[in-house]
Design a protein around this ligand. Sequence first.
Ligand code: HAS
Ligand code: CU
Length: 538
Amino acid sequence: MKAENRLILAHLYVAFAALAVGTTFGLLQTLSRAGAITMPVWFDYYRMLTAHGVLLALVFTTFFIVGLSTYAVYRTIPRRNRNLVIPWTGWWVMTIGTVMAAYEILSGGASVLYTFYAPLKADPWFYVGVALLIIGTWFVVLDFLMQAGAWKAEHGREKLPLPAFMALVNFIMWFLATIGVAFEVVVYLIPWAFGWTNGVDVLMTRMLFWYFGHPLVYFWMLGAYLIWYAVVPGMLKVPVFSDTLTRVAFILFLVLSLPIGIHHEFMDPGIADKWKLLVTFLTLAVVIPSLMTAFALFATFEEYAAKHGKFGFINIVRALPWADPMFAGITLAMILFIFGGFGGIVNASYSMDILVHNTMWVVGHFHVTVGGPVALTFLASSYRLIPALTGRVLRFPGVARAQVWLWFIGMSIMSFGMHVQGLLGAPRRTANLTYGGIGVAPSWELWAILMAVGGVILLTSVVTFFTVLIGTLRNPERDSEAELTFAPSRPGDEPPFALGRLGVWAAVAVLLVIVAYGGPVYQHLSQPHFNAPGMRTW
Ligand code: HAS
Ligand code: CU
């Protein structure tokens, strides 16, 4: 097996291990909230919820995206005897950090949920683990920059291949974002958790967390967009809709994702309305590249259908190759994102966010964004990626087809139940439905049961996924030609040189960050603030 494939597989295996454990906890959560089970004291709801969030939102996604992006960069910038010391160092640092954080959570030292908000105070080694997971990814960034440098040395001003460009832009955004959370963890949380400082500035740590937390969601999404833009057209034997449009969309994400974290803090005190309003506008601006994506993708479908003499919406949809599990999974993922995007626009609208903030609505929103479009795209892509990396033929394609539909149906039902509960006022992050016996609580029950039904279907989907995965890994039948291929660009589609100036675009992003955060940070520092000693509620 090629050494590069082994590195990529190492990332995917950690991702899949996190997926298996994390989704099992997910099902238990839905059952627990629906009142069907009660978690034992020695493994309570909040410990499980923390493990679920960290393992899926932070570990599964990050490892998968690193693996996928490494594949995209290495396959499109081929080099002989590539030095893998730096990326392997990244894998080790990330994995050691993950094991430390997971151990702390599972053993009960860190039931602080995946946002690890202060003043909830975990055992210090949890934060050290988180810091290592983040810092490990910086080796990946360095590796990608070196690969891009090697391309430049050989090809001069020629544009980077599109998949490598997308991966690189995503990791530049990621790097700028993780500086914030690394600062939060290393400067504030670790010294506080070890007892070297006697309090922590809660509002500052929240601001730093969300400075990272919003670009984080687009880091997940751009992993899926890499497949949507660059792989899907190839599956349909048509070129990328527009190389230039794709690069413009990615640059817009780089520039606009970083300054808008405050839309997660609309209900927080200590940030003046004018800054929240500015962030509302900037958040609505970052919807534009997603709308461009929707347009480009459907145009790709239309081009494919037209080649087969099919026109009109219904005929286009029917002409698509639904029998291919990877294609079906990705297209179902796109459909889920229509609802995820709609909910996002509601959240971004400051006045409407008042109604849904901290309710189950937000949980519904992130299950039809990261849990639907992103996770389903990754699972479906594995049906080409794993054969490409192992040279083994995909086993049980019929089961794979069922898997993507089960995920789509399960996630639709579960997140619908969550959205409605949220509109009825059900708070997120609570262990049971009675909520101290308040009057509206019984109205949530039906929707919580629906949510649990979705959860059961989703776990069935996970089981089918692992059946296919393990079947494939053990399949004696081989195909050394198997590849996850990237679509060619349209001849003559030459993006302007300026789009490739990633250093300049990163600088623009930093400038916008200063505009959006300068005011709130100044305001925070100039008003009296208190350091919280920290607490352990579990
Ligand atoms: Fe969000 C909260 C705003 C997108 C994830 N978001 C969250 C949280 C997460 C998350 C995890 O402004 C909760 C964090 C926590 O724990 O507290 N979000 C937005 C907006 C967008 C958005 C405006 N979010 C995402 C994506 C995520 C994600 C993507 C993960 C991957 N979100 C918010 C806000 C909050 C928030 C507030 C805070 C709420 C609160 O109160 O706490 C937008 O960028 C979305 C734009 C997307 C679209 C959809 C385009 C559709 C496409 C598919 C087309 C389909 C085709 C297929 C072509 C406009 C591209 C057709 C095929 C056929 C066969 C028909
Ligand atoms: Cu956000």
